[in-house]
Design a protein around this ligand. Structure first.
Ligand SMILES: [Fe+2]
Length: 180
């Protein structure tokens, strides 16, 4: 069957998001477990709860459209999750591992922000105002999560640098000076 237009593309994007969110529901508990910082662990757990709601919001939309949410695998998220698990396997010091986990999580958030932005614009053009509300609610939560991660990164990155300084005296600061 040929693709009929924007509506089909919209449903396709939603299926992609549904797959992405479900992959995250599986990945976030592992990221929480790998986090050394209590705050970061809590942040991943909070976002897991939100992610479950994101899945439910998408299910609501599919129900209203009378479409199945299944049938697509988000390979973009698959790649991001894979990169995240590579980080977990590395033999990093605690704060360095956390800094890497934050980097992986922010890539995920930016991917979702882009996807929800696109989907909510499609919904708007298609006149699906109820969907717009649901998609924008999720979009806001993804943005908030990204901002929280940026805040956490400030503290954790400097801890990571201190760990390095303790192990290799002089090197971290010299490197920092070079950058400055
Ligand atoms: Fe999400």
């Amino acid at each position: 069957m040929p693709n009929e237009g924007l509506k089909d593309l919209y449903v396709d994007e939603l299926k992609d998001l549904y797959s992405a969110e479900n992959q995250l529901v599986k990945a976030l508990p592992k990221m929480a477990k790998a986090a050394a910082s209590e705050e970061l662990r809590q942040g991943f757990e909070d976002h897991l709860e939100q992610t479950r709601q994101h899945v439910q919001r998408l299910e609501k939309i599919f129900k209203a459209l009378d479409e199945s949410p299944k049938g697509k695998k988000c390979v973009g998220m698959e790649g991001l999750v894979k990169e995240g698990s590579e980080v977990m396997e590395e033999d990093f010091e605690d704060a360095v591992k956390d800094a890497a986990l934050i980097g992986a999580a922010q890539r995920v958030e930016h991917y979702e922000i882009a996807a929800y932005g696109t989907a909510s614009e499609f919904a708007r053009i298609l006149g699906e105002s109820e969907h717009v509300l649901l998609l924008e609610q999720t979009l806001e939560e993804e943005k908030e999560t990204d901002e929280k991660l940026t805040e956490l990164a400030k503290e954790i990155n400097s801890q990571a640098n201190e760990e390095f300084e303790a192990k290799e005296p002089g090197k971290a600061r010299k490197a920092a000076k070079r950058v400055a």
